[in-house]
Design a protein around this ligand. Sequence first.
Ligand SMILES: [Zn+2]
Length: 87
Amino acid sequence: MPYTYQCPRCGTESRRYTLRSGADGHGSRHRYLRHGNDHPLGERVEHLTWGSLFARASAWRLTKGDRTALAVVVILVLWSIWTTFTS
Ligand SMILES: [Zn+2]
């Protein structure tokens, strides 16, 4: 389940991250750039539910790490199919 960083002071929500560390990193960068590294009251990292995912699926974007992991999985699947039919 993905995670998102929310800043109530700015009224913003980050894109979705597969890992909590991605949302935490987004929050750190947001605090540094927008709030001089102060912690806005009420900021949080939200663990999204399946219902909220389907409600706003258009906001989903893959991070660089997600794309790398997906590429590795696709290559491994193709390699295993190749070796199954050629050996
Ligand atoms: Zn903010």
